[in-house]
Design a protein around this ligand. Structure first.
Ligand code: SF4
Ligand code: SF4
Ligand code: SF4
Length: 292
């Protein structure tokens, strides 16, 4: 049995065009090796078996998307490009949005990013082609995917997946507050704080990195964001932040880092501060030290 020829059709369900431009660059620039996938661009939706979607799903686009799905040639695969398609991204609370896309149709591959890096788009399409072939005759093209990713490295300055130095984090929640995508969640669990970053909705804006007072959160240059739909919610970075007992009132608290103390007590010798006190007890001690 011959391999099925992948025929790609792209639709924009409300994109800012950022993802469309990246997709075009992926398809046209030789170094991204898109040609190795032997994907044909379909002129009509009825010829296509590989649907690529960009943008958040708007209320206006929803009926069009549904009618397009019905016209696809069976079997077919759906690939969502960009955070908007996966979670509705920064547009998620808008009255005009009916997404995310998988609320309305079945999606096979998600490629997060705002927009994703071309290598990630190429990898996501490769995974889509693999699923398509598996649907037809159980052909495994994982070797082809290795070739696509081989030799790619993002520059050091690239803002990729978020990571955390848990020992520097004070669970202050600044990152959670400034994140436009709702990607960060900090929860108190017993004596610890759980700091969770959901990569599939992160738009790599770097806001959390910029505003973090201790330098705990940072961008890696990991651009590998093409994931199967069943990994949509599991692609996370989870860290645990320890708390200590206050030496005065015994309440659990998160010790501030030396860097943070230096920022808060610019005119004081921080070596003289009692770092084993919770904020309330330290406030009392400072008041006594300064005014009594
Ligand atoms: S994910 Fe970002 S670049 Fe892509 S459509 Fe949405 S806002 Fe635009
Ligand atoms: S990562 Fe930085 S901003 Fe976020 S909770 Fe930790 S210390 Fe605060
Ligand atoms: S880079 Fe940070 S602030 Fe920006 S979306 Fe990702 S987690 Fe949120």
């Amino acid at each position: 049995m011959n391999k099925l020829k992948p025929k790609l059709f792209r639709i924009n369900t409300g994109s800012c065009n950022g993802c469309d431009v990246e997709f075009l660059a992926t398809a046209l620039v030789d170094k991204f090796q898109f040609h190795k996938l032997e994907v044909e661009i379909a002129e009509e939706i009825s010829q296509a078996n590989l649907l690529v979607i960009t943008g958040p799903l708007t209320a206006r686009s929803e009926p069009f998307l549904k009618s397009y799905i019905n016209k696809l040639s069976e079997p077919y695969v759906v690939v969502g490009i960009g955070t908007c398609s996966i979670t509705s991204g920064i547009f998620r609370d808008s009255y005009a949005i009916n997404g995310p896309t998988d609320k309305v149709i079945d999606v096979d591959i998600n490629i997060s990013g705002c927009p994703p890096r071309p290598q990630s788009i190429a990898e996501g399409i490769a995974k889509g082609v693999a699923i398509l072939n598996q649907k037809v005759q159980n052909v495994n093209i994982s070797k082809q995917m290795d070739t696509i990713l081989q030799g790619f490295e993002a520059p050091k300055s690239f803002r990729g997946k978020i990571n955390l130095h848990a020992n520097l984090c004070t669970a202050c929640r600044t990152c959670e507050t400034v994140c436009p995508s709702g990607a960060i969640n900090i929860t108190k669990i017993g004596d610890k704080y759980e700091h969770k970053v959901w990569h599939n909705t992160c738009c790599f804006c770097g806001n959390c990195v910029f505003f973090c007072p201790t330098g705990a959160i940072y961008n890696t240059n990991d651009f590998d964001t093409a994931k199967h739909q069943d990994e949509k919610y599991s692609d996370t970075n989870i860290s645990y932040i320890k708390t200590d007992n206050c030496s005065s009132c015994n309440k659990r608290y998160k010790k501030p880092t030396t860097g943070l103390l230096k920022k808060a007590y610019i005119n004081d010798d921080i070596n003289k501060l009692n770092n084993n006190l919770c904020p309330e007890c330290r406030k009392k001690e400072n008041f006594t030290r300064m005014y009594l």
